[in-house]
Write a protein that binds this ligand. Structure first.
Ligand code: AMP
Length: 114
């Protein structure tokens, strides 16, 4: 989508601290980190929200999670522990309308999240 900020990162039109990408997914650091490690894993394809996921997205949805695991290992939080999160819709706290999985670590997480 032309107006989507994460599509613009995928297209190289705005900068990001990109840690990994392949044909399907990209991982970059969150611009406003909420923990020492705060990464975002996104599909390169525009999908607005997890509520829009369809059966045909099963592979990309799984790849997002597996990539998050690889990135947590790479960023050094896998042994201490970390959290993945996907916010959906207004009350879910979603602010960017392109699917993203947060990878948060490097500090003690609380539960429930706010
Ligand atoms: P959410 O609130 O779950 O939709 O998360 C959106 C996340 O994207 C927030 O944590 C923002 O800090 C982050 N974010 C917004 N714009 C950018 C950007 N240009 N580069 C990196 N992260 C961003």
């Amino acid at each position: 989508s032309m107006s989507c900020i994460f599509c613009k990162i995928v297209a190289g039109e705005i900068p990001a601290d990109i840690l990994y990408q392949d044909d399907d997914v990209m991982c970059f650091r969150d611009v406003a980190p909420q923990a020492p490690t705060h990464l975002l894993v996104i599909p390169k394809k525009h999908i607005g929200s997890i509520v829009e996921l369809e059966q045909s997205d099963t592979e990309i949805a799984g790849k997002i999670l597996v990539t998050a695991t690889k990135m947590a290992v790479q960023d050094g939080v896998s042994e201490s522990g970390y959290r993945v999160a996907m916010n959906c819709g207004d009350e879910g706290g979603q602010t960017v309308g392109h699917i993203h999985m947060h990878v948060l670590g490097g500090r003690q997480m609380g539960w429930p999240p706010g």
